[in-house]
Write a protein that binds this ligand. Sequence first.
Ligand code: HEC
Length: 120
Amino acid sequence: MNIRSTLLLTVVSAALLGIACGSADDQIKKNALAAQSSGPATPAPPDGMAVFRQYCLVCHGADGKLGLNGAKDLSASTLTLEERINIVTHGKKLMTPFDEMLSAEEIKAVAEYTLTLKQK
Ligand code: HEC
């Protein structure tokens, strides 16, 4: 091995080390931040209301009663959480499936949110 390739090797391994340290540092910072904001370092659960406002309001309306494009009145819906999750995931008639737009956690959160629209 000549000096040049030894040098190159040193530079490359230094760079690799740098990357490894950097991401480890970032992870520690992220964990510290998470610990600060919510006690134990668990990721914040998705906000069902925010998801609803972004994706569902156009057809269902803020109170779930709008009924655009033949959307069902969510305040009158008697479906269970599982049935709601299923419809949101796979869609139904004019309602688009959300499995490619939302994570399973987001779908569950928004389905739970629709339960709160139910009229007593
Ligand atoms: C493009 C318009 C549209 C959007 C956007 C939409 N929906 Fe719907 N939704 C519908 C239609 C239409 C139906 C009725 C399907 C049928 O005929 O059974 C429906 C039905 C439902 C039902 C079943 C209600 C019942 O009692 O049968 C639930 C729950 C629901 N939507 C939740 C959601 C949620 C949560 C979102 C956002 C993630 C959403 N929808 C976004 C159009 C939409």
